[in-house]
Structures are given as structure tokens and as C-alpha cells.
Design a protein around this ligand. Structure first.
Ligand SMILES: [Fe+2]
Length: 308
């Protein structure tokens, strides 16, 4: 028995990427590859000895013991020239648009900068499982991806290579703050757990906290109180450098209620996705305990010192 595979399309006709080839290859149903029979590749009418159809490398018969190896090799060899062609076409399109812009006297600007997904050197955390952190980091990656995607689409609209309804453009502009702040706030959040935990009651941050809230303990109690705000969002502690004053506020979603221009010192994620692997909503206080048990105050102090 031999198996016939489609290297380029899914069952519903959708084009597959290399990563999808790999996944599908490992999940082939038994009925397609489970019977005994010939050990060598056989060729159907219209399929040459390389297993290529006249339409170009879409079907192939392969002996079952070698399915995975041949399949992956095939996918790789086909995909490289496709990637090269796409790059070439994109480059040609950019040149064409730039030339058109010059003819029209427009300044056409291509900005290919994208935000990278940061990695965090996290220790084993207390009260926050590896799975919880892994899931949460996955969500962070989604914000990076979507912030870049919106920039790309709005850039293409500006350059004239993409036409969108004005309502869609307006919504993308509105949406950018959500994705961008979702990205940046999570970078503040995860980096607070990095490094060896330390902190000083004599730090400039501790003194500013005591001046605003009465003491370090009262400062912490205030953060916990703000964390009890109903809704999804963040507790954010800022420094207003002009007044040398701390502010502790609740930011809804990732962007509603941010204080303009003030540097973020501490970011406590109060979205349920931040704790629901480990805690149910009624255990939110346990999550806050875990947050403070893992918080490296020296990171917060450093942010304060750099912001003064
Ligand atoms: Fe989050």
C-alpha cells in the first residue's frame, strides 16, 4: 500500500505553510498510511518518477516507512524558492510604489521596523506555575504580533499599497493603543520578576512612598486596594517627576486611564489570564500575594531612580 499526499494544500484547499506541513505529517490518519504492501514508490498516470504531477509537485506516492522523511524534505525544497520569489515580488512592488509616488510628487516612506518579542530571564516563581507563565508569555507575543500588524497595515495605507474603508482605518488607529500598551505593559510586568530579589527600605522609592502614603506598608496596602477594582486591567504605579510624586491607578484594558507621559514604576496585571491557570477568580488575593512574593523591588527602585 502506498500513500498519496498533497504537499501544498489542506483538505479544504487552503494553502499550507511549512510549519503546517510538519504538523499534518505527524497527524496523518491511519487509513491513509496504515496498510501493508509495496516498499518502493509507485507512480500513477500523470505522475513522474520524482512524484511530481504535470501541475507541479503536488502529489506523490511514497513508501510508508519513509513517509515522514520524504515528506519533510519535499516541503523544505519546495518552500525555499517560493520564499525567494515572494521577497522578489515584494521588493518589486515597493519600487513600483516609490516610483509612482515620485511621479505624483508624494513622499512615500516604507518603514519596515517591527517590535521584537522580548525574552525574559525568569527564575522559578513562587505561587505562579511554569504553565501559567508560559500561557501568559504566549499572550504577550500576541500583543507584539498585533501591534506590528496594525503598524504594517496603516503603513501600507499611507504608502498607497492598501486601500481600506475609512472606518476600518479609524478603528485600526483606535486599536493600536490597546495592542501597543498590551505589549509594553507585559514587558514591564515580566521584567519585574527577573534577577535576584532585593530592595531597600532606605531607597529613594521607599522615601517617596512614605511621603505619599505614610509608610511602605501603607503603600502596599493601597496597591492591594486598587487591585480590587472591578474589571480587567492593571494596577500601575507611576512617578510624576515634575512633582516627585507617586500615583497608583487602575488602568482598564491596557490603555484606558494611563497617565500621559509618566514613567511606569510597577505594573500588576489584573487580567484574569494572568492567574487563571493557578487560581480561580475568587482567589485573586492569592495571586496578588504571589505577585509580591516574586516581585524584585530593586527593578522598581531602579525605574524610580532613572525617572527622577
Ligand atoms: Fe497579561
Amino acid at each position: 500500500m502506498v500513500a498519496v499526499f498533497d504537499f501544498r494544500q489542506s483538505a479544504d484547499g487552503r494553502r499550507l505553510r511549512t510549519s503546517e506541513y510538519d504538523r499534518i505529517d505527524r497527524t496523518l490518519p491511519g487509513r491513509e498510511c496504515g496498510a501493508e504492501g509495496a516498499q518502493d514508490a509507485r507512480v500513477r498516470p500523470g505522475v513522474d518518477e520524482e512524484g511530481l504531477t504535470a501541475r507541479g509537485a503536488h502529489e506523490r506516492r511514497v513508501p510508508l516507512p519513509h513517509v515522514e522523511h520524504l515528506y519533510l524534505e519535499r516541503a523544505r525544497s519546495e518552500y525555499r524558492p517560493i520564499e525567494g520569489r515572494i521577497r522578489k515580488e515584494e521588493s518589486a512592488r515597493e519600487e513600483e510604489v516609490e516610483a509612482r509616488g515620485k511621479r505624483l510628487g508624494h513622499m512615500v516612506h516604507f518603514n519596515s521596523m517591527t517590535y521584537p518579542t522580548k525574552t525574559f530571564n525568569l527564575p522559578v516563581l513562587t505561587g505562579l506555575s511554569e504553565k501559567q507563565i508560559r500561557v501568559h508569555l504566549g499572550l504577550y507575543e500576541g500583543y507584539v504580533k498585533n501591534a506590528n500588524l496594525i503598524m504594517e497595515k496603516l503603513g501600507a495605507v499611507r504608502a498607497g499599497t492598501l486601500e481600506l474603508d475609512s472606518y476600518i482605518v479609524a478603528e485600526l488607529r483606535r486599536r493600536f493603543a490597546f495592542e501597543f500598551d498590551g505589549m509594553r505593559m507585559h514587558e514591564y510586568y515580566f521584567s519585574q520578576f527577573e534577577g535576584e530579589k532585593s530592595g531597600s527600605e532606605e531607597s529613594a522609592l521607599a522615601k517617596a512612598a512614605a511621603e505619599k502614603y505614610g509608610s511602605g506598608e501603607k503603600f502596599l496596602a493601597h496597591i492591594r486596594e486598587v487591585a480590587g477594582t472591578r474589571g480587567t486591567g492593571w494596577v500601575v504605579v507611576y512617578l510624576d517627576p515634575a512633582m516627585k510624586m507617586l500615583h497608583t491607578v487602575f488602568v482598564a484594558d491596557h490603555e484606558v486611564g494611563q497617565l500621559a507621559g509618566l514613567p511606569v514604576l510597577l505594573a500588576l496585571d489584573m487580567w484574569e489570564h494572568a492567574f487563571m491557570v493557578d487560581y480561580v477568580p475568587a482567589e485573586k488575593k492569592n495571586y496578588i500575594d504571589a505577585f509580591f512574593a516574586n516581585l524584585n523591588w530593586s527593578v522598581v527602585e531602579k525605574r524610580f531612580d532613572l525617572s527622577r
